[in-house]
Design a protein around this ligand. Structure first.
Ligand code: KG4
Ligand code: ZN
Length: 368
């Protein structure tokens, strides 16, 4: 019989692998909320030379790093492969060549050890990150909730009734928020990835220096668009001397104010529309200091519970993949289910929640 709930800690060991973009990562968990180790090999320095992720270089780099990273995760957990009872691996969405490195490596291990293995949706991984650890000053997460997943490849709002039960409320119609941060940094002649650099410099600038648009705000629905702000920044950057730090920091602070207004504002609207008081914010952009300040305001002024992981669990890692995969892998271990290679393949695109926001939902938000 399958036990209804997987253990939060102290259960069988699961090895998780993530390789969907430019981080090769492995982690060991002994429950849905218990992390024994998390190893991450970042390719940032490699891709910085080109100002963005180069897919072919990413997959080669994953292939070179994966054995070492998995061994590191096992060593840091103080275990060997013989102690592992199940595996989880990111199945998509992501770069196919990169995903395949993690998937084929995991298949090899699972086959050799006769371990059950589950494919995990990368965004479900991000969603589960705060269940492993919450950033200081924020709240323990719980279902039902609204999740704002905000990264280099995604900017989406979901209503999450429970694990595995998600409904898409809104998403970006063009660039992801992290992508906008990266492109703005590039326009200003700064490094890659742009998010952390803009975050740091914006803290020194005047956020009212430029009045950038708050796109999609008046439309009242929960979709995002960042290409308009990006275009406005590309015009504005030509009007300043980028060597003048005050002017540059003012421009970056104004961009950040606009992006964070929309992200925090729509997250709040989504909670109102879904009738929940619990918000989860996760993904690389959730590291952003200004966004965190605005989310703190939602806690104190609007009475929302807000859960964010610490920065190391916001950006890509395998711990979150393990947390999301643990429940499914647990169920398979319980029923003695074995490895089936045919059911697992790299998916470049893969909706987490195929249901679009309903007309009623949008109407409700407009009147909110
Ligand atoms: O979640 P993640 O590691 O990878 C994806 O799944 O995309 O997110 C990476 C993105 C990059 O675009 C990066 O610039 C952004 O997260 N990011 C930030 C910050 N730290 C990382 N954006 C704004 N502020 C930050 N502090
Ligand atoms: Zn990610």
């Amino acid at each position: 019989m399958t036990a209804a709930h997987p253990p939060e800690r102290g259960g069988p060991l699961l090895l998780a692998i993530e390789s969907s973009c430019d981080e090769t990562a492995a982690a060991v968990l002994d429950g849905t909320r218990s992390l024994l180790s998390s190893a991450v090999d970042s390719q940032v320095a490699l891709h910085a030379l080109y100002g963005g992720v180069v897919p072919e270089l990413a997959s080669r780099s994953h292939a070179l790093a994966i054995t070492r990273v998995v061994q590191q995760a096992l060593d840091e957990a103080g275990v060997t492969l013989a102690d592992i009872s199940a595996m989880a691996v990111t199945e998509g969405p992501g770069l196919v060549g990169s995903l395949l490195v993690g998937i084929e490596f995991a298949k090899g291990l699972a086959l050799a050890r006769n371990l059950p293995m589950v494919g995990v949706h990368h965004l479900e991984g991000h969603l589960f990150a705060p269940f492993l650890q919450v950033a200081e000053g924020f709240d323990e997460p719980a279902f039902p909730c609204v999740a704002l997943i905000v990264s280099g490849g995604h900017t989406s709002l979901y209503h999450c009734a429970g694990p595995g039960s998600y409904r898409l409320l809104g998403r970006t119609l063009d660039d992801a928020a992290g992508e906008a941060y990266d492109k703005v940094a590039k326009m200003a002649g700064l490094g890659y990835p742009g998010g952390p650099i803009v975050d740091r410099m914006a803290a020194l600038g005047d956020p009212t220096a430029f009045d950038f648009p708050r796109p999609m705000w008046r439309k009242g629905n929960l979709d995002f668009s960042f290409s308009g702000i990006k275009t406005a920044v590309s015009h504005a950057v030509r009007t300043i001397d980028v060597a003048d730090e005050t002017a540059l920091c003012g421009l970056l602070a104004s961009f950040q104010a606009s992006a964070c207004d929309v992200l925090a504002g729509k997250a709040f609207l989504a909670c109102q529309a879904a009738g929940v008081k619990q918000l989860i914010v996760t993904g690389g952009v959730a590291c952003n200091a200004e966004l965190r300040r605005r989310l703190q305001r939602l806690r104190t002024e609007k009475g929302l519970r807000v859960s964010i992981p610490p920065p190391a669990l916001c950006t890509d890692n395998a711990a979150m993949i393990g947390a999301a995969g643990y429940a499914r892998a647990w169920a398979r271990v319980q029923v003695g289910e074995g490895f089936t290679s045919g059911s697992l393949n790299a998916r470049s695109t893969w909706p987490l929640a195929p249901l679009p926001a309903t007309v009623e939902h949008r109407t409700k938000v407009r009147g909110a």
